[in-house]
Design a binder for this molecule. Structure first.
Ligand SMILES: Cc1ncc(COP(=O)(O)O)c(C=O)c1O
Length: 319
């Protein structure tokens, strides 16, 4: 039995987006609301943390340590999980700490996480290791939650999310979503094979190249498959990824993300975030306009959360 603590609000609902579908002139658009998974405003990390926190408990850990950007959604949800299950928490955050903590950073502090700041991303791995070793030296038993929660343990969350989706019996020709550290992507690709999803799974890259995603997602899916005992070998060609929409760089807002955030808000009353789901939706909208999808296909946009970032000082009033 793979350890898992059930705390996510599952299954997440699937809603149609008729006004957005009409506005874009088809194909039929749906959204799976993983922005509503629970745990500190929800998002894709809740599913991963069900497995990661269970593993930390099994290993007798008393502290969660993780790392990410200043406005990391993953770190916000890790800090919330630490608070909920009584772990200490240290977050190694890269970037400039603003005078006034807003959005995810504000929430990290509210959950009682200790912040270690790294100004230069090149130093992040070293500082993370030093932080971990220091905690051990002080007698703590830290559990390292990997970047984005994207280990085999975290990816299991999205393998089972695919099982949940299939049970919901909503037909989709395509699943489209934002991909970055690859755990969500790997889990979905693995779940597709294990539970028999017949459509296609397309990750819109937030910050990584297509080659990186294809090789890392296929490797992680293969390794995660081992955890389920079925040892499926995935190849890079099994992974669909589009890296056309991340050229501006991580977290850099362009007119494309602005339009997508506004479209989803005005047409469907749905909130996207500026960094991940805004970029993924911008890719989806562009692909629809280019005629990438057949008109009567059904497209499921898998919403992965992230909305607190809308209130970060660098995005407020810029969308
Ligand atoms: C809102 C949101 N969507 C998508 C992703 C990407 O997920 P993954 O890291 O599993 O590729 C993240 C990662 O932090 C995220 O915060």
């Amino acid at each position: 039995m793979i350890p898992r603590i059930l705390f996510a609000h599952l299954p997440t609902s699937i809603e149609s987006m008729p006004r957005l579908t009409d506005f874009l002139g088809g194909p039929q658009l749906f959204v799976k609301r993983d922005d509503q998974t629970g745990l500190a405003f929800g998002g894709n990390k809740t599913r991963k943390l069900e497995f990661l926190v269970a593993e930390a408990c099994e290993q007798g850990a008393d502290m969660l340590i993780s790392a990410g950007a200043i406005q990391s959604n993953h770190c916000r949800q890790t800090a919330a999980a630490a608070a909920k299950f009584g772990f200490d928490c240290i977050l190694v955050l890269t970037g400039e700490i603003p005078k006034q903590a807003t959005a995810n950073l504000y929430l990290d502090e509210l959950f009682g996480a200790r912040i270690v700041n790294v100004s230069n991303r090149a130093d992040r791995d070293r500082v993370l290791k030093e932080t971990f070793d220091k905690a051990v030296g002080e007698g703590k038993k830290p559990y390292l939650v990997p970047y984005g929660g994207s280990s085999t343990t975290g990816a299991l969350g999205y393998a089972f999310a695919m099982e949940e989706f299939i049970k919901q019996d909503v037909h989709a020709d395509w699943i489209v979503f934002g991909t970055s550290s690859g755990g969500t992507h790997a889990g979905l690709v693995l779940g597709q094979r294990v539970f028999g999803f017949k459509g296609k799974i397309l990750g819109i890259s937030i910050d990584e190249s297509e080659d990186w995603l294809k090789s890392n997602v296929s490797r992680l899916a293969s390794e995660t498959s081992g955890r389920l005992g079925n040892h499926i070998e995935f190849k890079p060609a099994d992974v669909l990824a589009n890296a056309d929409y991340c050229k501006a760089g991580y977290g850099v807002l362009t007119d494309a993300e602005r339009e997508a955030v506004r479209l989803f808000a005005k047409m469907e009353g749905l909130l996207l975030d500026p960094v991940y789901t805004g970029r993924a939706a911008a890719g989806l909208v562009d692909l629809i306009r280019k005629g990438f999808f057949i008109k009567d296909e059904k497209i499921l946009f898998w919403h992965t959360g992230g909305q607190p970032a809308l209130f970060a000082e660098n995005y407020l009033n810029t969308i």
